[in-house]
Design a protein around this ligand. Structure first.
Ligand SMILES: Cc1ncc(COP(=O)(O)O)c(C=O)c1O
Length: 361
């Protein structure tokens, strides 16, 4: 028997399941399983990426000053309180590693993003799963679940995979009701899809225990490049910077992200198209007897009558070259999460579901 053992919690981690991207034997595939931007990436960002090839022999700056300044300018934030990571996943990892350890508790909610329990196990903490109310974060349930061991509460708002959201007053009630020393991580991966929403930035200004995380992977269409950021109290950012590797973002990531965040026209266009197509998709599916909660993100959670029906529909869609996301692992076995694609993809999904239901013309 080997004497080499991993740290506590590591063997409890179930590997993260990414969205499927291929179907064997099918060439014309529509991938609607990873909440990617169907409109791709801003042309200005692509140009910046291409220009970065001339700098590949240089180490990147360690302080991300130029990217942080751009984020601060666009979102009217304090650049000194921004931290950047390889995807927002890395920022979530920073806060977990910095503030939780063996024996501590980390709260996430019933259908919460699957990285949260993985991160808890990574540091030997206990992931505590708290019920939601009708697929929506329940602030009272979270507050009731807090103990003196609770170090972090993770909520995504809008949430993945439900697409639901809680209002600013509820988030503030949560932040201020947490035990002393407990951090609220307000994960804003889908913030930009909500018109006029600050993603929790205002709460960061008024509370000293809130960290907001954001990503370039969704509306900015840069999931393949891995860039995210966080905004929090200065002392929390200072702590996290101590465990951040100095060169965690490459010259290509930094340059591309900076151009992407400055291309506000592209973001606006993607947001408004998503809003229009999301409403159309949700309504078309509802007319077929498949309801969904009002989504505030770039996907909808389609609810089928049974797990069997969801499985059968998924199988049928795959045969038609359409990949959506099974969410049984999120405690939603009768649901399929469908990313809002471009118009052609949305129409293709609805037509295929009509065929599945036997009502296609
Ligand atoms: C709620 C939520 N948080 C965080 C992430 C991580 O995003 P990234 O690491 O690509 O920034 C995702 C990605 O799917 C997500 O859905």
């Amino acid at each position: 028997m080997t004497q080499i053992t991993p740290q506590p919690g590591i063997m409890e981690i179930a590997l993260y399941q990414g969205g499927q991207s291929n179907i064997e034997g099918v060439t014309d595939v529509v991938k609607l399983s990873s909440n990617e931007n169907p409109f791709g990436t801003s042309e200005l960002a692509k140009e910046a990426f291409a220009r970065a090839r001339h700098e590949l022999h240089r180490y990147p700056p360690t302080d991300h000053a130029s990217l942080r300044a751009a984020i601060a300018e666009v979102h009217k934030l304090d650049a000194g309180r921004i931290i950047c990571g390889a995807g927002s996943d890395e920022v979530l990892q920073f806060v977990t590693q910095a503030y939780a350890g063996v024996g501590d508790e980390i709260i996430y909610t019933e259908h919460g993003f699957s990285m949260y329990p993985i991160l808890a196990h990574m540091v030997g903490a206990v992931p505590v799963r708290v019920p939601e109310r009708e697929r929506t974060v329940d602030v009272d349930a979270i507050l009731n679940a807090c103990t003196d061991k609770t170090k972090i509460v993770f909520i995504a708002n809008p949430a993945n995979p439900t697409g639901t959201m809680i209002g600013g007053n509820e988030v503030a009630r949560l932040a201020t009701g947490l035990p002393k020393g407990c951090i609220l991580v307000h994960d804003g991966a889908y913030t930009e899809y909500v018109e006029g929403f600050d993603g929790g930035a205002g709460l960061v200004e008024s509370c000293d225990n809130v960290l907001m995380t954001r990503t370039f992977s969704k509306i900015h269409g840069l999931g393949g490049l891995r860039i995210g950021w966080g905004y929090g109290p200065k002392d929390m950012i200072d702590v996290m910077n101590r465990i951040r590797q100095p060169f965690n973002l490459s010259v290509a990531q930094l340059a591309t992200a900076e151009a992407a965040i400055r291309d506000t026209e592209f973001v606006e266009r993607c947001r408004s198209e998503n809003t229009r197509l999301r409403a159309w998709l949700a309504e078309a599916l509802a007319e077929l007897g498949i309801p969904s909660d009002t989504s505030t993100a770039n996907f909808i959670l389609a609810r089928f009558a049974s797990e069997q029906e969801a499985t059968d529909c998924d199988t049928f869609l795959k045969k038609e070259g359409i990949i959506v996301r099974r969410v049984g692992g999120y405690g939603l076995p009768n649901c399929l999460r469908i990313t809002v694609g471009d118009e052609a993809s949305c129409r293709r999904v609805v037509y295929a579901v009509k065929q599945f239901k036997g009502v296609a013309p």
